[in-house]
Design a protein around this ligand. Structure first.
Ligand code: ATP
Ligand code: MG
Length: 379
C-alpha cells in the first residue's frame, strides 16, 4: 500500500470498549422538526467488513451515514471511529470518505483532477500523487480515461471515478450511499462484483447503503435492516434471510410469507415449500397444509404460486422452472400453469397440498412492529 498522509487525528477521549470496531455508533439520534430520522441506533462495524444499511425509502439510511461522516450533528449519542470519539469532530478531520449517490464529481475537472483532488488538498507531493491516482484508476479499470471530463463518461464509468476518488485517500472507512442506484440492472450487477473486488483488494471497511434487498444479500458480510429510524435486525445475509427476527424483516427481505398458527406468527421462505402432486405421499416429518391456488406468477427462473390456505392465511410457494413450459395458444396461462414434472396441472383455482420441513419455519416474536410495510418514511 501507498503511505497514507493521514488527516489530523482527533484528540477526543478513546472508547476502549469500541476499540476493535472500525465504526461504533452508540445511542445515535437525529430529528428534523417532528420527524425522527434516526431513533437511537447502536451498531458496531468491524474493521475490513462490508457492512450494509438496508431499509425502505425514508428509513434513515442516508441520515445515519451523514452522521457517521460528520455532515450532520446528532441530537444525542456518539460516533466512535477506530476507537476515537469523533462526535464533535468536523467531517474533514474524520478518517472516512463518502461516495454520494449522485457521485458529486467536479464537472469542470478531468477525471484525473477529480481523483487527485483530495490528495492536493492534503498537499501530497506531486510524484506521489501521480502514482496514487494512476493506481486508483487501474483499480477501477479506467486507465487511459484520466483526461476526460465527467460529462464524457457513461454512468458506470462516472461511478468508478467516484469510487477511485474516495479510495485514493485510503480512508479507514468508506461510506457509500446507494452508489449503484443510477445504473441499469445489468451494469449494476457488474459493478456489484467490481465493488466487492475493490473492497477485498484494498481491505477498507465499507458502510454501504442500499434499499435493494438482493444487492444487500449479494455483497454484505453483515446487514443492518432499518425501519423508521431504528434497527430491526443485524446479521449475516443468511441470518436475516433465513431467520428474520421481525415481521418487517421477513417482509422486506424476500416474500414475507407470514401465517399465524396456534397463536404464533411464523414464516417460511417460498423456496422451502414443496407443492405436492395429486396422490403424492406426504413426506414424513413435514408440515402439510391444503389450499387453493389464487395466483400463478411466471418469473423466468421460477414460478410463484400464491396459495390460500384452508387453515387461514396465504403462502407463496416458488418452484424452479427446470424444464421449459409448453407454449400454446393461450401461452401466457399455459407456461405458468404447466409445472410438467408431476403431470398434475397446477393452475389458478386448483386445489393443492403444500409441505415444508418443520425446521424451515421460524416463529416471529410478537413485537410492537407494524409488520411488513413499504415504509414511506415517518408519519
Ligand atoms: N434535511 C432534512 N430536513 C428534514 N427532514 C429530513 C432531512 N433529511 C432527511 N429528512 C427526513 O428524515 C427521514 C429519513 O431520511 P433519509 O434521507 O435518512 O432516508 P433514507 O433511508 O436515506 O431514504 P432513501 O432510500 O429515500 O434515500 C425522512 O423522513 C426524511 O424526509
Ligand atoms: Mg437516502
Amino acid at each position: 500500500m501507498i503511505a497514507v498522509p493521514s488527516p489530523a487525528q482527533p484528540a477526543a477521549a478513546g472508547d476502549t470498549g469500541a476499540a476493535a470496531a472500525a465504526v461504533n455508533v452508540v445511542g445515535l439520534r437525529k430529528r428534523y422538526g417532528s420527524v425522527v430520522a434516526v431513533d437511537g441506533i447502536d451498531l458496531a462495524v468491524r474493521s475490513g467488513e462490508f457492512f450494509t444499511l438496508l431499509g425502505p425509502s425514508g428509513s434513515g439510511k442516508t441520515t445515519l451515514l451523514r452522521l457517521i461522516a460528520g455532515f450532520e450533528r446528532p441530537d444525542g449519542g456518539r460516533v466512535v471511529l477506530g476507537g476515537v470519539d469523533v462526535t464533535q469532530v468536523p467531517p474533514y478531520a474524520r478518517n472516512v470518505n463518502t461516495v454520494f449517490q449522485d457521485y458529486a464529481l467536479f464537472p469542470h475537472m478531468t477525471v484525473w483532477r477529480n481523483i487527485e483532488y483530495g490528495l492536493r488538498v492534503r498537499h501530497v507531493p506531486k510524484a506521489e500523487r501521480r502514482e496514487m491516482v494512476g493506481r486508483a484508476l487501474e483499480m477501477v479499470r479506467l486507465p487511459g480515461l484520466g483526461s476526460r471530463k465527467p460529462a464524457q463518461l457513461s454512468g458506470g464509468q462516472r461511478q468508478r471515478v467516484a469510487l477511485a476518488r474516495a479510495i485514493v485517500n485510503e480512508p479507514e472507512v468508506l461510506l457509500l450511499d446507494e452508489p449503484l442506484g443510477a445504473l441499469d440492472l445489468k451494469l449494476r450487477q457488474e459493478m456489484q462484483l467490481e465493488l466487492l473486488r475493490v473492497q477485498r483488494e484494498v481491505g477498507v471497511t465499507f458502510v454501504y447503503v442500499t434499499h435493494d434487498q438482493e444487492e444487500a444479500l449479494t455483497m454484505s458480510d453483515r446487514i443492518a435492516v432499518l425501519n423508521h429510524g431504528s434497527i430491526e435486525q443485524i446479521g449475516t445475509p443468511i441470518e436475516v434471510y433465513e431467520r428474520p427476527r421481525t415481521a418487517f424483516v421477513a417482509g422486506f427481505i424476500g416474500v414475507s410469507n407470514l401465517i399465524e398458527r396456534d397463536g404464533r406468527r411464523m414464516t417460511v421462505r417460498p423456496e422451502k415449500i414443496t407443492l405436492l402432486e395429486d396422490g403424492q405421499q406426504e413426506p414424513p416429518g413435514m408440515q402439510v397444509e391444503s389450499g387453493r391456488i389464487r395466483d400463478v406468477i411466471y418469473a423466468g427462473v421460477l414460478t410463484r404460486y400464491v396459495v390460500d390456505l384452508d387453515a387461514g392465511g396465504e403462502l407463496v410457494v416458488s418452484r424452479q422452472n427446470a424444464e421449459a413450459p409448453a407454449l400454446g395458444d393461450d401461452a401466457r396461462d399455459d407456461r405458468a400453469d404447466d409445472a410438467r414434472e408431476g403431470q398434475a396441472r397446477i393452475a389458478r383455482g386448483g386445489r393443492v397440498r403444500i409441505a415444508w420441513r418443520a425446521g424451515q419455519a421460524f416463529t416471529i416474536p410478537q413485537g410492537p412492529d407494524q409488520g411488513p410495510s413499504s415504509g414511506e418514511g415517518n408519519p
